[in-house]
Write a protein that binds this ligand. Structure first.
Ligand SMILES: Nc1ncnc2c1ncn2[C@@H]1O[C@H](COP(=O)(O)OP(=O)(O)OP(=O)(O)O)[C@@H](O)[C@H]1O
Ligand SMILES: [Mg+2]
Length: 480
């Protein structure tokens, strides 16, 4: 189905949804209106007839009472009756009084119709002592409603009173109602469906803009955002969720791009060194000692690249959830002592003293090798970023259900604005670069991952120029 008058911006999908909504709405509305119309008409017809029958009954009761009072006989005149009961003479009703044979003895003067004989049914009902309601139509005249009431004295039927009235007012009233319904309901239907079509279009317009934005984003423009008014309705929430999703996508795309750039850059430096030194060495024949020197320097660069690649591989496997950790009891106090001993040698090279301050026994469930790597990385940094004559202290305390490992140094420190970034991959502060040339900036991201993989966390407190404390918080093993 095509609607050429819809702006070209609308896609087939939103069109058909709009159309479908309107069709569903229209169909149910039509059904409700038809049921409403029929019910209203039926109810009105019923109540009008009931009202009429009740007034006929009242008139008949009055007539019967009057007849009984005047001692019945062929000599009674209507005037005598109506003198007693003025309501008998009301204009819209007429009377007949029949003898038991069915012939008319008295009739009211306002009778408009020709002689209306007593029906067989009414006569039989009268002999059985029952009243009878009938509707009848004579020729082209308006239909009549008739009530026949038997008058029984001493067990014999003496007279039959019949009260009648025209059904024309009721028919006219019902006809008027039907005409009104037939005109008003379709108008209400058309107006409501047009309103429904309009509202469905309005409600779906933001969906359209979401679709368009999604198309632009799919084309590679992640800076796009949905310009949907801030609201907490379904569309507002959808748009907000969508914007959040694009923001996260954009951030992670940027991160990936940055990561690739940094990784290539980090690998390029050792490769450039390697290439330069090798070319230089090959320029003319050299002594075996010179070649040895070049090869040793090359090995250093190769080691560095191998480390970078290993670390990158570890991080990307960690991202993919492929790094499996042990979950065995690890006694942190012996781990700290071990690492302190190991770092002692490293410290000697840099003239930095490594010592253990507090050591509370604490056992966590985890992977000893990874936890050792974490601690070694932190101690390595602390030694590396301390000046000669500096000191590094390791600590282990228990705090409630947690173990706190800390590594404190009096080194170069980290500026407050950099403290949030040092856990990013490849991030190295300028300060650190000036202090130590070598380094990739992958140590802390690995520490962070290991701490978090143990349901723990890592944080830093540092003052630039005065030193830093890195604290790792790990949950204690339930038996620990
Ligand atoms: N103890 C510390 N004192 C001062 N700065 C630190 C300290 N530890 C880390 N940093 C800062 O955090 C940055 C990131 O540390 P990270 O361990 O990830 O990398 P790196 O030590 O520079 O290189 P790598 O560990 O890969 O050899 C460092 O470059 C430095 O700027
Ligand atoms: Mg490091």
């Amino acid at each position: 189905m095509r609607f050429h008058w819809i702006p070209a911006i609308s896609s087939q999908v939103s069109m058909s949804l709009r159309l479908r909504l309107t069709l569903w709405y229209g169909t149910s509305l039509a059904l409700i209106l038809v049921i409403f119309g029929v019910a209203l008409y039926g109810f009105r017809a019923h109540s009008l007839r009931e009202h009429l029958d009740r007034s006929l009954t009242e008139a008949a009761t009055a007539a019967v009472r009057s007849l009984e009072h005047h001692r019945l006989g062929p000599l009674i005149h209507f005037e005598d009756l109506s003198a007693d009961f003025p309501e008998l003479a009301v204009l819209d009703k007429f009377f007949h009084i029949f003898s038991p044979t069915g012939s008319i003895t008295i009739h009211s003067p306002n009778i408009r119709t020709h002689e209306i004989p007593l029906s067989r049914k009414a006569l039989e009902a009268a002999f059985a002592g029952r009243i009878a309601f009938e509707s009848a139509r004579f020729g082209d005249e308006p239909p009549l409603r008739l009530l026949s009431v038997p008058i029984i004295q001493d067990g014999t039927l003496v007279n039959i009173v019949r009260v009648g009235t025209s059904l024309a007012p009721i028919e006219e009233s019902l006809e008027g109602l039907a005409v009104w319904l037939l005109l008003a309901l379709p108008v209400a239907f058309v107006a409501s469906v047009a309103g429904g079509w309009f509202l469905a279009g309005r409600a779906l317009r933001p969906v359209e803009s979401i679709t368009l934005a999604a198309q632009r984003i799919a084309a590679g423009d992640l800076t796009q955002r949905l310009a949907v008014a801030q609201s907490s309705d379904e569309i507002g929430r959808l748009a907000a969720t969508f914007n959040d999703m694009i923001a996260r996508l954009e951030a992670s795309f940027r991160q990936v791009r940055q990561f690739t750039t940094d990784a290539s850059h980090e690998l390029r430096t050792p490769l450039t060194v390697l290439k330069g030194e090798t070319e230089l060495a090959l320029r003319r024949p050299r002594s075996p000692e010179d070649y040895r020197g070049v090869l040793e320097s090359s090995l250093e660069e190769i080691d560095r690249m191998t480390r970078i690649v290993d670390e990158l591989l570890f991080l990307s496997r960690a991202d993919l959830g492929e790094v499996k950790l042990e979950s065995l009891p690890v006694r942190l106090e012996s781990l700290v002592e071990d690492v302190a001993r190991q770092a002692g040698f490293l410290g000697q090279e840099h003239d930095v003293k490594v010592s253990v301050r507090t050591l509370t026994p604490a056992t966590v469930a985890g992977d000893e090798l990874r936890l050792r790597e974490l601690l070694l990385n932190l101690v390595d940094n602390a030694v590396k970023y301390s000046g000669p004559g500096g000191s590094v202290e390791l600590g282990l305390v228990r705090d409630g259900s947690e173990a706190r490992l800390s590594v404190t140094d009096q080194g170069i420190g980290i500026a407050p604005e950099e403290q949030g970034r040092i856990f990013d991959r490849f991030y190295r502060s300028d300060n650190a670069r000036a202090h130590v040339k070598k380094g990739t900036g992958l140590g802390l991201p690995i520490c962070k991952w290991i701490a978090e993989a143990h349901q723990g966390s890592i944080r830093v407190q540092s003052v630039l120029g005065q030193g830093s404390t890195f604290t790792v918080v790990l949950p204690l093993a339930s038996t620990g």
